[in-house]
Design a protein around this ligand. Structure first.
Ligand code: ASP
Ligand code: MG
Length: 435
């Protein structure tokens, strides 16, 4: 008997029929003899609808009230799910994040989990009940106020519950079969991965892959939680996200011993991620003297914008001047442009260019550490596809390039093929958004 945490996203519980299907899935796990704790998201697009509603009554909704409002979405699905399980003859109890002991910081809308005290969950499990917990929410103990964890926070709820309860596995259900070498909606020949390392998953998530939320993967890695990302619609195994020192749970020791003997080579590149959420700002004709970059980025820093890539060129046309380009989330660009424009004279640059039509393509793979020529394959594939590269950045296990946004999908397909990642069959996409 194991303790299994299961997380179901909004598209898995979008209506009464889906809730019943999920209830059956949970009951099946229970019937197999396991203890089950479930984290559930709000039904379908409920969170977006609640946000729209809030915006209609207040231009800037009070953060405390907004969190109360948003947290109600998950309360609806948790209660309905518990009822559905009940009617199948099984004991189920639902709990809000606060009741489940999800203790967070006070940052409304982006609270961080600081402790999990699942006393009531343990009691319920000991009494043989299936436990349902509202995802995405917690409580700040200072004022006893309800908080939410930020969009997609139910993944984090599930992982945090798994860590606190010492669960054997945290199963994250969505409408895709697992984690793919690329988004199967963009690249139909994307291949499902059996395993991915937490380190690779973090890079993929940070660079646009939407199947798992980055904070959940971080939490899992820090607390040694085994994640199994799989589909609500099939019983197939999905993808295991392996933290440091975790063995592949599907492989018998015999098989893995064989693999060691044969020295099976892991592919160098594990996946391709794309991201269209960023913009590029270029500060043109910056004095090429010590302190210019510091002046620019200390201003940028004050806005709280999250800077990704930075490139500085020496401008040959104008001696003593340089261009500095950087990328940042599209929604941060307006504020950054404002502060930089206000200080144009003090910094002494010529002009500023804002470009929100860029796309970022990243290839990720732990195998890059030990292989050379990985970037050459990328550059050649893009060259053959006639795609121009505007910026390049690398980490130990990732290479990212900035391209024109409207060429991103085509570029991703070419790169996916170039690294030999294409599968023979098209991936099945069941519904919705992958969440
Ligand atoms: N319902 C929340 C959202 O849509 C949390 C989640 O789905 O994980 O962001
Ligand atoms: Mg949702």
């Amino acid at each position: 008997m194991a303790l299994i945490v299961q997380k179901f996203g909004g598209s898995s519980v979008a209506d009464a029929e889906s809730i019943k299907r999920v209830a059956k899935r949970i009951v099946d796990t229970r019937r197999a003899g396991h203890d089950v704790v479930v984290a559930v998201s709000a039904m379908g697009d409920t969170t977006d609808e609640l946000l729209d509603l809030a915006a209609q009554v207040a231009p800037i909704p009070a953060p405390r009230e907004l969190d109360l409002l948003l947290s109600s979405g998950e309360r609806i699905s948790m209660a309905l799910l518990a009822m559905a399980i009940h009617s199948m003859g099984y004991e189920a109890r639902s709990f809000t994040g606060s009741q489940a002991g999800m203790i967070t910081t006070a940052d409304h809308g982006a609270a961080r989990i600081v402790d999990v005290t699942p006393v009531r969950l343990r009691e319920a499990l000991d009494e043989g009940a299936i436990v349902i917990v509202a995802g995405f929410q917690g409580v700040n103990p200072d004022k006893n106020d309800i908080t939410t964890l930020g969009r997609g926070g139910s993944d984090t709820t599930a992982v945090a519950l798994a860590a606190a309860l010492g669960a054997d596995v945290c199963e994250i259900y969505s409408d895709v079969d697992g984690i793919f070498t690329a988004d199967p909606r963009v690249i139909p020949r994307a291949r499902k991965l059996d395993t991915v390392t937490a380190e690779e998953m973090l890079e993929l998530a940070a660079n646009g892959a939407k199947v798992l939320y980055i904070r959940a993967v971080e939490y899992a890695r820090r607390h040694g939680v085994l994640i199994h990302a799989r589909s609500t619609f099939t019983a197939n195994e999905g993808t295991y996200v392996l933290g440091e020192g975790m063995a592949d749970p599907r492989q018998s020791s015999k098989e893995s011993a064989m693999a060691d003997v044969i020295g099976m080579e892991e592919p160098v590149v594990t996946g391709v991620a794309i991201d269209q959420s960023q913009a590029k700002i270029t500060v043109v004709g910056v004095p090429d003297v010590p302190g210019s970059a510091a002046a620019i980025f200390s201003l940028v820093n004050k806005t709280g914008a999250n800077i990704d890539m930075i490139v500085q060129n020496v401008q040959s046309a104008q001696p003593g001047r340089t261009d500095i380009s950087f990328t940042l989330p599209k929604q941060s660009a307006v504020e950054v442009l404002k502060v930089l424009t206000a200080e144009q004279e003090t910094i002494g640059y010529d002009s500023i260019v804002h470009d929100d039509q860029i796309g970022k393509l990243s290839v990720v793979g732990a195998g890059m550490r030990t292989h050379s020529g990985v970037s050459l394959t990328l550059f050649e594939a893009l060259s053959t596809a006639g795609v121009n590269i505007e910026m390049i950045s690398t980490s130990e296990i990732r290479i990212s390039v900035v391209l024109r946004g409207d060429e991103l999908n085509q570029a991703a397909r070419a790169v996916h093929t170039a690294y030999g990642l294409d599968s023979e069959i098209e991936a099945t996409v069941y519904a919705g958004t992958g969440r």
